[in-house]
Write a protein that binds this ligand. Structure first.
Ligand SMILES: [Zn+2]
Length: 93
């Protein structure tokens, strides 16, 4: 396993929360079965502020969730970051 390039695809607060009111970070934790202890932008180890919708640079057709710190979650749409492939959670929207 290695880290890959990901692209931030949305920056609105609404996109961080599901229609039913479930926080995307909680959703990611439930799906992964673990607590998100830090930002998953590699290499960043700050506390996560939420989870944001991202795409893989090499597979732009799919949408994933990734826990990010306040600094990374507020970056502009289209920003390219690195992340471990195993930290991405595929979602269907
Ligand atoms: Zn970060």
């Amino acid at each position: 396993m290695s880290y890959i390039k990901i692209i931030l695809i949305s920056s609105t607060a609404e996109d961080r929360v599901e229609p039913g009111g479930i926080n995307w970070l909680d959703f990611w934790e439930k799906r992964k079965g673990k607590t998100s202890t830090h930002c998953r932008s590699y290499p960043c180890y700050k506390a996560p502020a939420g989870a944001r919708l991202v795409k893989r640079a090499d597979q732009p057709g799919k949408v994933y969730l990734l826990p990010l710190c306040e600094e990374h979650i507020l970056m502009s749409e289209g920003t390219v970051l690195s992340a471990w492939e195993s930290d991405l959670e595929l979602i269907l929207i």
